[in-house]
Design a protein around this ligand. Structure first.
Ligand code: TXA
Ligand code: MG
Length: 340
């Protein structure tokens, strides 16, 4: 199959959206931009189309998909929000949507079980990217996981989607580089005797500090490896093909002779920098600009892709300060390190 790559620029933006909608209505799957990472989209109510997503991604069927809405009213077709959580959920959607916050909510019976991997809940978000929103507004809810092969690095550009899935899907819409560069924060709001809480299933661009303004934030339940209760918690997610080690604070790195190493450095200098530790075969700096965490988040998957392509034996990642989006960055790096 030839994969068509269409740039959604100002002039043919509407036309591009229409092209995607036609394909999605016909049960095809399409690569679409979001503000976090690119998604592999299917009509959420078309189980056959959703099955194609799993097949093309080589994703195990126990890992459910996120459903994207174009307008708030579509949430009602997907989820049944418990009465006692309605106000909290509404307030949070008001604050964070459109944007990188995904809610796990009790599912409406109409949602195909394949989308939710048979769970009684569905994950819902409204993307801040206008193309994704416009397509969902026109088509209806869109099931879209990240547009990478299972367990690989999420794509933050259309070029990366082509690298991952080129030849396997009919269309990729290029909506530019992703604004956030890391997958959405996932929460499951729950009611307890002491009031509502937010179970944080995946850290992301919306930080714990921001969530705390609405309710207490609690950890995901412990999961056994054979039972995905809080999926996305699959350890081996987000991994380059090349093995990666994450040097946690205070740990040392010693190069072995004859091996080729790639360095993922935060700033390329400073107290925790490993830049002088050996003769690196490849180096990527996360924050070549102002050294801000948000800059590093945007570049994280891009830099990992470059290091993965550099032909080194091992990628060595420096630790990142675990505040704000740094929590999500370290989460992705720990998962990448756990994959090998
Ligand atoms: O930013 C994002 O969220 C991107 C863009 C494309 O929207 N999507 C994304 O999808 O990261 P994906 O499939 O790579 O990760 C979605 C995660 C899954 O690993 C899944 O475990 C979790 O969301 N998830 C989906 N439905 C769930 C549910 N009902 N309960 C718990 N977790 C769920
Ligand atoms: Mg993913």
């Amino acid at each position: 199959m030839d994969t068509k790559l269409v740039v959604a620029d100002f002039e043919d933006w509407r036309e591009t959206v229409a092209e995607a909608v036609v394909l999605l209505k016909a049960g095809e799957i399409v690569g679409l931009p979001t503000e976090t990472v690119y998604g592999l989209a299917a009509d959420a109510f078309n189980a056959e189309a959703v099955a194609k997503v799993f097949e093309v991604k080589e994703r195990p069927s126990f890992d459910p998909l996120i459903v994207h809405v174009g307008v708030r009213a579509q949430v009602e077709t997907l989820a049944q929000i418990p009465e006692d959580l309605k106000e909290l959920v509404r307030d949070m959607m008001e604050e964070f949507w459109p944007g990188p916050l995904t809610f796990v909510l009790p599912k409406h019976s109409e949602v195909p079980d394949l989308v939710t991997s048979g769970l009684s809940t569905v994950a819902v978000r409204m993307s801040a990217h206008e193309v994704m929103r416009a397509v969902a507004k026109e088509l209806g809810p869109i099931a879209a996981p990240s547009a990478n092969r299972f367990g690989k690095i999420s794509p933050t550009s259309a070029a990366a989607v082509m690298e991952e899935l080129g030849g396997k899907i009919p269309l990729v819409i290029d909506g530019g580089a992703c604004r956030d560069g890391l997958e959405s924060t996932i929460i499951a709001p729950e009611m307890t005797e002491k009031g509502p809480v937010l179970r944080l299933l995946r850290p992301g661009p919306i930080s714990k500090e921001e969530l705390r303004k609405f309710a207490k934030v609690i950890k995901p339940k412990r999961t056994k490896s054979d039972h995905i209760e809080a999926p996305g918690q699959v350890e081996s997610h987000y991994a380059p093909t090349t093995p990666l080690v994450l040097i946690e604070k205070g740990e040392q790195f010693e190069a072995e002779p004859g091996k080729k190493y790639g360095l993922l450095s935060y700033k390329g200098e400073g107290a925790t920098s490993l830049i002088e530790a050996t003769d690196w075969a490849a180096t990527e700096i996360l924050t070549p600009g102002k050294g801000k965490l948000s800059e590093g988040a945007v570049r994280l998957f891009y830099c990992l892709r470059k290091l993965d392509a550099a032909g080194v034996d091992l990628i060595v990642a420096e630790p990142i300060s675990e505040t704000g989006i740094g929590v999500a960055m370290m989460d992705r790096l720990r998962r990448a390190a756990a994959a090998h």
